[in-house]
Each structure stands twice: as structure tokens, then as C-alpha cells.
Design a protein around this ligand. Structure first.
Ligand code: ZN
Length: 333
């Protein structure tokens, strides 16, 4: 008997259609991306979150429930292997049948090359738009060590997507968030055409919300523009670019590994020499590092949370992450 002869509704029952009216099972890696997916699915279904609130995507161990969510997923959305190298293998083994979307690869996404040194102004004169030029300057992908210039000799490795040309913290630009809402709606609609209208309408509404939010954030940052601040790990380049609000440096590199003593010394000197008003820690990492950098300085301290660790996962989290970054910066500066 051919499946083609069975009415679709019966086929769904016979061949294991999901209970919730054929809405696909969806998993997303980090809370901000999960939030964008949840916004697109609002009123239709809810995605699963892989990296639990409070976890660092740079280093993470899957819990059994999270592995199950991957296993059951029809669609997986994740940022990129540069952010969550451990997830690449998990997706390949647990979600081999799923449709997997790597958002950093989506057309229209702004990708910013890694920056390597602890002090940013050498890279900060608008040349982040010039990918090729910066490309020369960054040490190769997985190393994430600055001054590792010998790695540049191996130019072939740039062709390997896995070696990571781009800083993966790309969700911190609302422009990327807007692009991704569309990409998420397109993937969901392909998997679930019955709800395509809802997915695209939600994505359109979400983009309007982001436009409003961007204006609000510019208003929050306006009174403190031009002040100097140091961030904990180099995660905010997209936010800095989106809102033209550059940081002076980062204590730790983009993959949040422990900084070298030399790097800490450079940051300490910067805090002492320049008028650094604020040094920011993060909930996921060791606050002792900030204390070391702050030694003898009168700068303020604050906390930036690029993931929304304290926020309830769901459609509103994404906007709240960005708004909270702006508020924390304005308060600290
Ligand atoms: Zn990070």
C-alpha cells in the first residue's frame, strides 16, 4: 500500500506525527537565539533551549534532557561552531536527521572578524567594515591567542569554515536579529507550511519591535557616549558596532579563556593611563579577574550579561538582553 493513498491526517497518526498538530520540534542553542525562535513560533509552539540559563556556551556539558531535545528536534538553530565547538559533534550524532541552520552563515548576516589584542583602538577606526584588512590581523581561528602570528602563514586554513573567521557573538547586533527572524520563519515555514502565515507575521512584528528597541537603546546610551570602558570578554563588538559605542578593551579574548598575565598587565596600564570610567564583569565568569584589573583604580564596576542568564527564556528575552546591556553601560559610565 502506498502512503500516497492515505489522507494526510491519517498518515500523520499512522506514521508518528507529533501530538501538537504537526508543529515541528525545534531546538536552539543559546537563550537569545532561542528567544528569536520563540518569537517566530509565538502562538504556534515553543522551541527547546540547549544551553541552560547561567551556562557559558564557550564551555558546556549537555544534560540528558538537552541531548533528548536535540535527538527529537526536526529543526535545530545554532549560532556557529566558533561559539559552541562542543555542539557541532552533538548535532551530528544526535540530530543527524534534523534541518540544521547555522545563523552566522545566513545571507545578510553581518560578520565581524575576531579582534585579538586587549586594547581596541588600533582596530577601532571604522575598519571593522573592512574584513580583508582585519583578516590579516587576527590570529587563526581556534587558537584565539593574540600574537600567534605564525598561524597566518597557513593561509589555506582560512578556507575551512570551522576555523572561524568571524566573532560568533553576532546576536548582539539587532540588525542580525532582524535578519535571523526572517531566516527562522523561512525554515519553519518550509517544515510546517500550514503555519507559514503565522511564522512570517511574527517575524515581521519582531523586526518592528527591534527597530523600536534600537531607537530606545540609542537614547539610553546617548548621555554617556565617548566614555571609556573595559569589558570582561570580547563579546560586544557587534553591539559596539550597531550602536557606535566602542569599548576600550577586553580582559579576556572572544572565547572567554583565561587571559595571559601580559594581557592583564596591558589592561591594567590602560585603566591607569586613560580615563577608563567603568570595568564590566559578567555573571558567567570569575569576578576576581576584574578585581585584579581594577587594582588601585577608581573606575566603577558593573555587570554585562550577553546571554540573559537571569531572564526567563522566551520571546521577550532577546530584546531585554540588549536593553539591559545599554542600561548597565549607562549606569556604570
Ligand atoms: Zn562569549
Amino acid at each position: 500500500m502506498s502512503r500516497n493513498l492515505i489522507p494526510l491526517s491519517v498518515a500523520a497518526t499512522l506514521f508518528g506525527g507529533t501530538a501538537s498538530a504537526d508543529v515541528p520540534n525545534v531546538a536552539a542553542d543559546i537563550a537569545p537565539l532561542h528567544s528569536l525562535v520563540a518569537r517566530v513560533m509565538q502562538g504556534v509552539g515553543e522551541p527547546s533551549l540547549i544551553v541552560a540559563p547561567g551556562g557559558s556556551p564557550h564551555e558546556y556539558s549537555l544534560r540528558p534532557s538537552e541531548a533528548t531535545a536535540l535527538q527529537e528536534a526536526d529543526l535545530v538553530f545554532w549560532v556557529s561552531p566558533e561559539l559552541t565547538p562542543w555542539l557541532e559533534g552533538a548535532i551530528a550524532t544526535l540530530a543527524s536527521d534534523a534541518t540544521v541552520t547555522e545563523l552566522l552563515d545566513v545571507d545578510g548576516t553581518m560578520g565581524i572578524p575576531f579582534r585579538e589584542g586587549p586594547l581596541f583602538e588600533a582596530h577601532g577606526h571604522g575598519n571593522e567594515d573592512d574584513g580583508e584588512q582585519d583578516h590579516e590581523d587576527h590570529a587563526e581561528g581556534d587558537q584565539h591567542e593574540h600574537d600567534n602570528h605564525e598561524a597566518h602563514a597557513d593561509a589555506d586554513r582560512h578556507e575551512g569554515r570551522d576555523h572561524g573567521e568571524h566573532d560568533p557573538h553576532a546576536w548582539l547586533s539587532p540588525d542580525n536579529g532582524a535578519v535571523w527572524l526572517n531566516a527562522i520563519a523561512a525554515q519553519l515555514s518550509a517544515a510546517d507550511p500550514d503555519n507559514a502565515g503565522a511564522y512570517f507575521a511574527n517575524a515581521a512584528a519582531g523586526r518592528e519591535e527591534l527597530a523600536t528597541l534600537s531607537a530606545e537603546i540609542n537614547g539610553i546610551l546617548e548621555p554617556v557616549r565617548g566614555r571609556n570602558f573595559i569589558v570582561f570578554h570580547d563579546a560586544y563588538h557587534y553591539f559596539e558596532t550597531a550602536f557606535d559605542f566602542p569599548a576600550s578593551g577586553a580582559i579576556s579574548v572572544s572565547d572567554a579563556s583565561d587571559p595571559s598575565p601580559a594581557r592583564i598587565a596591558e589592561i591594567q596600564a590602560r585603566v591607569a593611563e586613560q580615563d577608563v570610567t567603568c570595568v564590566l564583569s559578567e555573571p558567567q565568569f570569575d569576578p576576581g579577574m576584574v578585581a585584579a584589573v581594577m587594582d588601585g583604580s577608581e573606575a566603577n564596576t558593573g555587570v554585562l550579561d550577553p546571554l540573559g542568564s537571569d531572564l526567563e527564556p522566551g520571546p521577550d528575552l532577546y530584546g531585554n538582553v540588549l536593553r539591559n546591556l545599554a542600561t548597565a553601560l549607562a549606569d556604570c559610565l
